[in-house]
Design a protein around this ligand. Structure first.
Ligand SMILES: [Zn+2]
Length: 417
């Protein structure tokens, strides 16, 4: 079997470790060797590439991805989520390919209508389209009249058409969770509060403790994780008590929350870039809730370095496809946390790699450059630890390797086209 031998590389292992002048060997779909300096004995049919100091790092994991979103919030309710399924599926195909070519070899969805995610996963796994390893998500489960359900005309049934499955009472929460799993969801999304870019205030909690508990219980009985759009302190604590698996946004997180989150090990998706861009674009436009969004951003910018230092399992992912925030420049998120929030680049890379793989429940086979793991790797022209911005430009990715297969190959042993 032809091995791919990447020599004289800087290796970012995905867990804070850096190897210099190192060699990584890929055989079949696995990484078989990672060592500093020493050359492995060469086989006659090896493909050897002298990387001359370029960087090898794990393929990244986007942990909050909406493949179907398109200018969400930029058009009146129902926000385009009622568009024909085939059109939304084409959008999903495009955004998943964009994500892969930006260096994300895995993605965990945060919600899509019409079970489109589940179909995308099948299409990717069968090789029909290019995309990351995908964990398909449910529609948003929430209650009648919640923030995304107050639309005009009032008779418009968002649950039947779009991204929302309105559910009332513990029994309906159980039924909705089971139905979404039956339709292919491998993670369940609950819309727990307003806030974070929705039209309802962040303080509002959209479901009772009993409803959330029933939904989480039903999902866990089927071995499925639950994530929640949560933007206030009280709901963060309730969700942690009830054993939620992922907290999205986490606006309102304070020191006590951080302490509790470290105990539970629950992954947190801070997703600050969308609100930051939204406030930049809309701040002065008279929209009332941009002020509270700005306050949430400032509070999170203060909490996040503390949460990172305390060992919170932070991950990447954001609402690309929302208004003022088109799909494509996914690498901007890493640069935002380094340049605007002051998180060390090596830590943000760990969020994007090891932490993401662990959120997927696949930390034993993805997320670090380790012998025996699946070969999901990037070869980067430049060093993201020195300059995180190199990950903003997909042209700096010389190779994208998914399961040992080169889905992009501009390695320097080949003449550029
Ligand atoms: Zn989202």
């Amino acid at each position: 079997m032809t091995r791919l031998v990447l020599s004289h590389a800087t290796v970012l292992d995905g867990d804070g470790g850096v190897l210099h002048d190192a060699q990584v060997v890929v055989e079949g779909d696995r990484i078989t060797s990672v060592r500093e300096g020493v050359s492995a004995p060469s086989h006659p049919d090896d493909r050897e590439v002298d990387l001359a100091g370029r960087t090898v790092m794990p393929g990244m994991v986007n942990c909050h991805f909406h493949a179907t979103y398109h200018n969400l919030g930029g058009v009146p309710a129902p926000f385009g989520l009622e568009e024909p399924m085939a059109l939304q599926a084409v959008r999903a195909v495009n955004s998943l390919e964009l994500l892969l070519t930006a260096g994300f070899t895995s993605a965990v969805s945060a919600g899509a209508p019409f079970a489109i995610d589940a179909s995308m996963k099948v299409a990717i796994d069968k090789g029909l389209i290019a995309g990351p390893r995908l964990v398909p998500c449910s529609r948003d489960i929430s209650t009648t009249g919640h923030a995304g359900h107050r639309s005009f005309p009032p008779q418009w049934e968002v649950g039947a058409l779009g991204a929302i499955r309105p559910s009332d009472g513990p029994d309906e929460f159980r039924r909705s969770v089971r139905a979404e799993i039956a339709e292919g969801a491998e993670i369940i999304k609950m819309f727990v509060t307003g806030g974070h870019g929705t039209i309802a205030p962040g303080e509002r909690i959209e479901m009772s403790r009993e409803e959330m508990a029933a939904g989480i219980d039903a999902a866990h009985l089927r071995g499925v994780k639950v994530r929640g759009h949560i933007a206030n302190r009280e709901a963060i604590m309730m969700a942690l008590d009830l054993g939620i698996d992922v907290i999205d946004h986490a606006d309102g997180m304070d020191d006590e929350c951080v302490e509790r989150i470290v105990e539970t090990g629950t992954p947190i998706v801070p997703s600050m870039l969308f609100p930051a861009r939204f406030v930049d674009a809309m701040g002065g436009s008279g929209l009332g809730f941009t002020d509270s969004m700005k306050a949430d951003i400032d509070a999170m910018a203060e909490m996040l370095p503390k949460a990172n230092a305390a060992g919170v399992q932070l991950v990447l992912g954001d609402d690309f496809g929302a208004i003022s925030f088109p799909h494509g420049p996914y690498g901007d998120e890493l640069a935002y946390y380094v340049d605007e929030v002051g998180i060390p680049a090596i830590d943000v890379i760990r969020w994007a790699t090891r932490h993401g793989a662990e959120l997927m429940g696949r930390g034993d086979e993805l997320g670090t450059v380790t012998p025996g793991k699946l070969a999901d790797l990037l070869v980067v022209d430049g060093d993201p630890v020195d300059s995180i911005s190199v990950l903003k430009d997909r042209d700096n990715l010389l190779a994208i390797i998914k399961g040992g297969r080169l889905v992009k190959d501009r390695l320097p042993d080949r003449p550029l086209p």
